[in-house]
Design a protein around this ligand. Structure first.
Ligand SMILES: [Zn+2]
Length: 341
């Protein structure tokens, strides 16, 4: 039931008044289904502002007020402040990406994105079944968000979707097949839901499993241009790369070695970067190369390998790359990596 309420497919989104992308009146995108949902955006906005407000830095306190929130009426200000105080008490210490409570709330708010209220006052099927206090807070503050911030957030989300849609349309299926082959795991049959939000955790994007859903920030500088495609496929890889974690675990056990923290995650970054990179070199590519040296993968651009992953980059280049090139098989590549640590 929730799913049928919640569906707002990208065809609708890109058909909305957005920068022209020639994406209107065409078939739904492959691989991903993008959503710009009101409630999830409101929830993340309150969560972020509650966290910022508690920070001691004056700069972040200014940011916590947020553009568009400077002209609230006193009544609106009271509602917003009390919702922020509630989020600060209840959720600000919880991690969006690992707290089961936060994950369940996120999924539920996504599923009920088309509802006018979450208590089911106007439509019984819109009773989202969330904790009473949360429902009350979100419903009370919704008109404030809708009037002052949501139009700007929704526009940014739709603009981001319209920009990435042609890349997904052109490269999405090939990339999904390639990643499924690399991780030796079938790609999900259903399109993967991607919730596009103004804010999406400190990393700019995150993925939750069972069901596999990606949340990505439309305004985060790390998620723009061709890089958006890499971030999307990195995130989706979280849903199909258990084979890597399992194989690393097995090899370590056999060799009585400690399990290298985050090697599997470095491998995901490396792999997505390497399969996106050649697209930027194709003639008439829709993936623009950044600078004269071609496409720069996310982990290089954001300096991840320089922050404790230097050894990982070395063994990935030496032992995982040959697997990507088809010169060794999966188990041998993992075994070589683990023995080289
Ligand atoms: Zn990741």
């Amino acid at each position: 039931m929730a799913a049928c309420l919640g569906l707002l497919i990208v065809a609708l989104l890109v058909a909305a008044p957005c920068p022209a992308q020639d994406e209107t009146s065409v078939a739904p995108l492959p691989v991903f289904e993008f959503h710009s949902g009101f409630w999830l955006n409101l929830h993340h906005t309150l969560y972020r502002q509650a966290r910022l407000q508690r920070s001691s830095s004056p700069a972040s306190n200014v940011a916590a007020v947020g553009p568009g929130m400077g002209n609230l009426t006193p009544a609106e200000q009271r509602l917003w402040s009390s919702a922020l105080a509630f989020y600060s008490r209840t959720y600000a210490d919880k991690d969006l990406t690992v707290s089961l409570e936060m994950i369940l709330i996120k999924n539920q708010l996504g599923d009920f994105e088309t509802c006018d209220d979450l208590a089911g006052l106007k439509k019984r099927s819109c009773d989202a079944g969330l904790p009473d206090k949360l429902t009350e807070m979100l419903d009370s503050v919704a008109p404030v968000y809708r009037a002052h911030l949501w139009p700007e957030h929704d526009r940014a989300n739709r603009r981001w979707i319209a920009a990435v849609a042609p890349l997904v349309r052109r490269n999405g299926l090939d990339l999904s097949h390639r990643l499924a082959e690399i991780y030796q795991t079938p790609w999900p049959k259903e399109r993967i839901r991607v919730d596009v939000t103004a804010y999406a955790s400190s990393t700019g994007a995150y993925t939750t499993l069972d069901p596999l859903r990606v949340t990505i920030s439309a305004t985060d500088a790390r998620n723009q241009g061709a890089e958006a495609l890499e971030v999307l496929f990195h995130e989706a890889s979280h849903g199909i790369a258990d084979t890597v974690e399992d194989a690393i675990f097995r090899e370590c056990r056999q060799r009585d070695k400690p399990i290298p923290r985050d090697l599997w995650h470095a491998l995901l970054f490396y792999t997505t970067g390497e399969i996106i990179r050649p697209l930027a070199l194709e003639p008439a590519s829709s993936v623009p190369a950044s600078g004269s040296s071609g496409y720069v993968p996310y982990a290089v651009r954001e300096g991840l390998y320089k922050r404790g992953w230097e050894d990982y980059l070395r063994i990935l280049t030496q032992y995982w790359q040959p697997y990507l090139d088809g010169r060794v098989d999966f188990s041998d590549a993992i075994a070589h990596m683990v023995s080289a640590l």
